[in-house]
Design a protein. Sequence first.
Length: 59
Amino acid sequence: MNMKRLRKERGWSQEALADEAGLDRTYISGIERNVKNPTIAVVDRVAVALECRLGDLLD
């Protein structure tokens, strides 16, 4: 998943992304470490927060 790369390109911390997406920072961390498997609804929330297409996260 490209979430970490896109997050860092924006200069955001995990906390900032979590706040924007309405998620917990530890959940964002788990997704980035491939420990958590987010639902499509969660991936959509992250895409909206990062202002990217859903597919951009999954490429």
